[in-house]
Design a protein around this ligand. Structure first.
Ligand code: GLR
Ligand code: MG
Length: 450
């Protein structure tokens, strides 16, 4: 055997030719760096993306000087939980991953301080203290795995049991969007507006040309359903036989969902979160052969039983941030497999660190049946030195030690300075508030919106 981890240099060797002393696994420091990253004016049912979105970069440094990186949501509620966890992790070991959740429960404060309400960015179902904490834990888990991989000379996928594929397929994430943010000085890209079927098809063609994507997801819930049905039909015409998905983030009533499902049965690969809540999803599912997918009504382990036993969803979009890390994502995959429920992957605006983590865990899931979501191609900024390149819509799985990414310290510093300079307006993502800049009368739409 090539390498192994032992409890201490004295305690012997797993395998034969390399011992990793205990000190090399011990966390000496944890650095938390909140950043604001440029984000285009992408529309969703809540409103529009802010010009800059918050993310948190977590660095775990071992006594041997190895640094592991992870990334998660950067809103202040997450930062507040990350700080005590960072403090508590010092002196612990990067391979004590099974203790991470319990440690977080012990140090991250009273969960009752978070009210069970819909998240401000509104797109991941009800916000609870457990979900917030697990999203924070996920960044620490990924950072520990990265450090552990670098220490052992193994890629993260190997630490998860090994890859079952050499590349991971991603889908093009299409958004209705404006050409630019309605704020002076906001970053501008060259995509232009996409507000009708022609615009959506043009966007899809560019994604296909630049990255080779062959599967397409449209973020819906923005326009009345008829317009979104027309956009999907235009995509089906432009890309015959390609997998297509529509996701209105729960904006429709059960009745509207029935109508859309009838119109798009045979056209869509799956319909994602047409309506809010598991009972409503079950009612929609009972009347259509079109598979329903979710990243809203199944986002935690306790939510699984009702959704699976009522047939509410046929596909779960896993997200290692929501689920508390890469190992929990594998746990979720096992449960889905046992119930014959398919697996896809959800994405929120994220940097190259999370994209690498997503790719490693996806590479280890034998029953990942659908191309994964990613917002990454929309991003013009990153904190990693080399931006990943999609070929034929796929990312090659890295075999370099750890995640296989390197931090660009200058970029990290600059994006952190942007966060420091912000007066607090952008530090909590709020798509409805961003929409009010263009339309002062806008309020978060009540659901069902249609
Ligand atoms: O349901 C989804 O797939 C998402 O919530 C993904 C993103 O949050 C997306 O809707 C967005 O960023 O507007
Ligand atoms: Mg979704």
């Amino acid at each position: 055997m090539g390498s192994g981890i032992a409890d201490g240099a004295e305690s012997g060797v797993i395998g034969s030719d390399r011992v990793i002393p205990q000190a090399n696994l011990t966390v000496e420091a944890v650095r938390l760096t909140p950043v604001l990253i440029a984000d285009p004016p992408l529309l969703n049912t809540q409103g529009v993306h802010q010009p800059y979105t918050p993310r948190l970069v977590v660095e775990v440094v071992t006594e041997a000087g190895v640094t592991g990186v992870g990334e998660t949501y950067g809103d202040t509620a997450y930062l507040r939980l990350a700080e005590p966890l960072a403090e508590a992790l010092r002196g612990r070991r990067i391979n004590e991953l099974n203790a991470l959740e319990t440690l977080a429960e012990a140090v991250c404060g009273d969960p009752s301080s978070v009210s069970d309400r819909v998240d401000a960015s509104g797109l991941r179902g009800v916000r609870t203290a457990d979900k917030l904490r697990l999203s924070v834990v996920s960044a620490f888990e990924v950072a520990c795995l990265d450090a552990l991989g670098k220490t052992c000379g193994l890629p993260v996928h190997a630490l998860l049991g090994g890859k079952v594929r050499e590349s991971v397929e991603y889908s093009a994430y299409l958004f209705y969007r404006w050409a630019k943010h309605p704020v002076d000085g906001a970053p501008v890209d060259d995509w232009g507006a996409a507000l009708d079927p022609e615009g959506v098809v043009a966007q899809a063609r560019r994604f296909a040309r630049d990255h080779g994507f062959t599967s397409f997801k449209l973020k819906g819930g923005v326009f009345p359903p008829d317009q979104e049905i027309a956009a999907i039909q235009a995509l089906a015409e432009a890309f015959p036989g390609r997998p297509l998905r529509l996701d209105p983030n729960g904006a429709w009533s059960v009745e509207t969902s029935h109508e859309v499902a009838r119109a798009l049965d045979g056209v869509l690969e799956y319909l994602e979160d047409p309506t809010t809540g598991t009972p409503g999803m079950a009612r929609v599912a009972s009347a259509t052969p079109l598979p329903l997918a979710t990243n809203m009504c199944v986002t935690t382990f306790p939510e699984i039983e009702e959704a699976f036993t009522t047939g509410a969803v046929r596909i779960v979009l896993c997200d290692h941030h929501y689920w508390g890390g890469l190992r929990n994502t594998r746990r979720l995959a096992g449960i889905c497999d046992a119930f014959g429920v398919g697996l896809s992957m959800h994405s929120n605006t994220h940097l190259g660190i999370s994209l690498a983590a997503m790719t490693h865990v996806a590479a280890t899931l034998p029953h990942l049946d659908h191309a994964c979501d990613t917002h990454y191609p929309w991003l013009t900024e990153d904190v990693v030195t080399e931006r990943p390149v999609f070929t034929g819509g796929h990312l090659t799985v890295s075999d370099a030690p750890g995640l296989g990414v390197e931090l660009d310290r200058e970029a990290l510093r600059a994006l952190h300075e942007r966060w420091l300079a912000d007066d607090g307006t952008l530090r909590d993502r709020d798509d409805a508030a961003a929409m009010r800049v263009a339309d002062p009368t806008w309020t978060t739409p009540a659901v069902p919106r249609w």
